[in-house]
Design a protein around this ligand. Structure first.
Ligand SMILES: Nc1ncnc2c1ncn2[C@@H]1O[C@H](COP(=O)(O)OP(=O)(O)OP(=O)(O)O)[C@@H](O)[C@H]1O
Length: 652
């Protein structure tokens, strides 16, 4: 009989031979090498999964991603489970394996092996397809895996370029507002909202949002249509300065007017029916009872709007209120913009107007507190718009926003959330709360437009030697003194008064930087929550173009005052106005007159980059952003943002 060792040695194909036939020490070395190879293969597989964006296990020592992480799946509708509820990861209970009616052990697994293999094949073909998509995206954009610093920040979302192209193609087919079935009065009102435009064309945000809100778009299929409850919900994710305000206001006004007309018809029909009933009754009743009965329901319940628009700041309340007012000349509706900056009397007069109110524009905390004492305020709301949704569903605003949403839900027909950036926490929340939400995404989402150029000032170098304030003042002086930023030959007129926004990360820095700039002869003001509201409104008005400012004449613009002035300097930059602000000035404010934005501090996330740089280059205009990179600032992040902007890519 041949022993096992001998047999192994004899068999040239036996795997065991190589181990069994050698001394134990060598066997161990071989085994060890094999283990090492296995480990390396596992590591390679995990690494390639991580690179390709597939599921990966995070190392315990890896840095935790920031809370402000944008969603990967914002354009994809969420798939509810068969019972209509969103998917939930199954958690294993301690005794869940007991008392089962179906085998789930090894035997069961073996029986299911064929099914598993089929599943594996399906998964691998899906991942092949995803890999194909990624290769297509890379070819299309020339992007590479070079955005390491931005990946570390993990602040921007990936919408596949294939999908972006498809949306772009769809949008190109919408070339005028006339194609939308809006009421005639609403169409006419557009001319008041966009007075200087001879040919009005819908922007991409308007091209995707208006048809959807008017109900022209097919609703995504739900697995359980019978279980669908609540309002139709939409998420409009579109880049900054893309006309989102009109994208939701026009369909909302259209709906208000149609509802009003339908209500009027109902009342008239009821009046005719009542009159007929009374006439029939009259024949049967005595003349003494024939006196006209007072109509007790005639009183108008004043504060019961049909639509609500929620925004995060008093400045935005005023801005959206102004757009609504410009539309109301033609459409005839009553809008009530209310914010904490209004006195109690103004709020009461606007909201409880004896003629009623159709549209309320407010911040969530104020409206929630009003609704607490007057629940009727939200009893008739059919349209709820949440503008700057990522802010309004953030920790600070979420309680009041959700409270309003819950109170309005019984009568609500349409809910629309708008934002230029969709963080992951919002995407997750929406997927759970509104699994049927329709996602309306524009092709340039999360990309800073190419018409905005980004310059970098290295504060560490001469002549600043790390002095950021000096670098900021010098940059503003250079902008102010530049002869013509925008060549008139290109069809862009030169700007007589230059308006510059300076963004800092900390609120306290707004005052410090503004003071320093004033000392250096620059007209600068700090803009934060505690700034005097009148001064603030006046300063902002000149930046948003709502106030027509008397521009100095051509000869006067670049004249520097030789006499010492209030700031104590002998030189004064007269043609430049500067606002130093924090994120407060970066959200939604339509600073159309701003052509320069200075990022005094490198923003913490790409979300901040998008909103801050989004204050310039609005609606087809050109603009310039300048980042001051000082000691301790992330120069690598700035470089990658610049690269992405150069390629016209989303900041991922
Ligand atoms: N169809 C259009 N054609 C030309 N200009 C338009 C059009 N629609 C809106 N605008 C103008 O574009 C500017 C920006 O609009 P809006 O403030 O609604 O942008 P937004 O998308 O809300 O920006 P943000 O994300 O920064 O809040 C406004 O001055 C508005 O008048």
């Amino acid at each position: 009989m041949m022993g096992l060792r001998q047999a192994a040695r004899a068999c040239p194909f036996c795997e065991a031979r190589s181990f069994l036939g050698r001394p134990p020490q060598l066997q161990q070395t071989r085994l060890y090498a094999q283990i090492q190879r296995d480990r390396a293969a596992r590591y390679d597989a995990a690494e390639s999964r991580r690179r390709s964006g597939g599921p990966s296990r995070r190392r315990p020592d890896a840095p935790r991603p920031s809370r402000m992480v944008l969603s990967d799946t914002v354009a994809r509708p969420t798939r509810p489970s068969s019972d209509g509820k969103p998917y939930k990861k199954k958690t294993r209970e301690p005794f869940s394996h007991l008392n089962r009616t179906k085998a789930t052990g090894i035997l069961h697994k073996r029986l299911d092996v064929g099914q598993e293999q089929r599943q594996e094949r399906r998964t691998s073909s899906t991942s092949d397809r995803r890999e194909g998509d990624r290769r297509f995206d890379k070819r299309r954009t020339g992007s590479s895996d070079s955005f390491h610093a931005l990946k570390m920040q993990k602040s921007l979302q990936e919408v596949p370029y294939k999908l972006r192209s498809a949306i772009k193609h769809k949008i190109e087919q919408v070339d005028s507002f006339d194609g939308f079935p809006l009421m005639e009065s609403v169409q006419k009102a557009l001319k008041d909202a966009l007075p200087d435009l001879e040919y009005r064309q819908p922007t991409p945000a308007q091209a995707v949002a208006i048809p959807a809100l008017l109900g022209l778009q097919k609703q995504p299929r739900t697995r359980n249509p019978s279980k669908k409850s609540g309002p139709d919900s939409y998420l409009l994710a579109a880049e900054t300065g893309s006309g989102k305000t009109l994208a939701y206001l026009l369909p909302v006004l259209d709906a208000i007017k149609r509802e009003e007309a339908a209500d009027k018809e109902d009342i008239e029909r009821k009046a005719v029916e009542d009159a007929a009933a009374k006439a029939a009754d009259k024949t049967r009743r005595d003349d003494i009872f024939d006196a006209e009965e007072p109509d007790l329901n005639k009183a108008v319940d004043p504060a019961r709007p049909r639509a609500i628009i929620l925004v995060p700041s008093a400045e935005l309340v005023a801005q959206v209120g102004a757009v609504a007012k410009s539309l109301s000349h033609e459409v005839k509706f009553r809008a009530a913009p209310i914010s904490a900056k209004n006195t109690a009397t103004v709020i009461r007069n606007r909201l409880f107007n004896e003629n009623g109110v159709d549209l309320v524009i407010s911040t969530p905390p104020l409206l929630a507190s009003i609704a607490e004492s007057n629940p009727n305020v939200l009893a008739r709301v059919t349209h709820l718009i949440v503008d700057e949704a990522d802010s309004l569903f953030d920790r600070s605003f979420k309680p009041s926003t959700t409270e309003i949403l819950e109170r309005a839900t019984p009568s609500l027909k349409k809910l629309m959330l708008c934002s230029a950036t969709i963080p992951k926490y919002l995407d997750k929340y929406l997927a759970e709360k509104f699994p049927d939400m329709q996602r309306l995404v524009t092709p340039n989402l999360h990309a800073i437009p190419r018409r905005v150029a980004l310059g970098v000032v290295d504060v560490n170098k001469e002549p600043y030697r790390g002095n950021k304030m000096l670098a900021c003042a010098d940059t503003i002086w250079q902008i102010g003194k530049a002869t013509a930023d925008y060549d008139p030959a290109e069809g862009k007129e030169a700007v007589p008064t230059k308006r510059i926004l300076v963004f800092v990360n900390e609120r306290d820095d707004t005052d410090k930087v503004a003071e320093y700039l004033t000392k250096k002869g620059i007209g600068a003001m700090a803009f934060h929550r505690d700034t005097d509201p009148n001064r603030q409104a006046k300063a902002l008005a000149s930046f948003t173009g709502t106030e027509k400012i008397k521009e100095p004449k051509e000869g006067e613009v670049r004249k520097e005052v030789a006499n010492p002035n209030a700031s104590g300097t002998s030189r004064q930059l007269n043609n430049t106005k500067v606002i130093v602000t924090t994120d407060l000035g970066s959200r939604g404010i339509d600073t159309v007159s701003v052509r320069h934005v200075i990022l005094y501090d490198v923003p913490h996330t790409t979300i901040d980059f998008i909103h801050r740089l989004g204050r310039t280059g609005r609606m087809g205009r050109r603009g310039r952003g300048i980042v001051l990179v000082g000691p301790g600032d992330r120069a690598d992040v700035v470089k990658e943002v610049r690269d992405a902007m150069f390629r016209g890519e989303a900041l991922i």
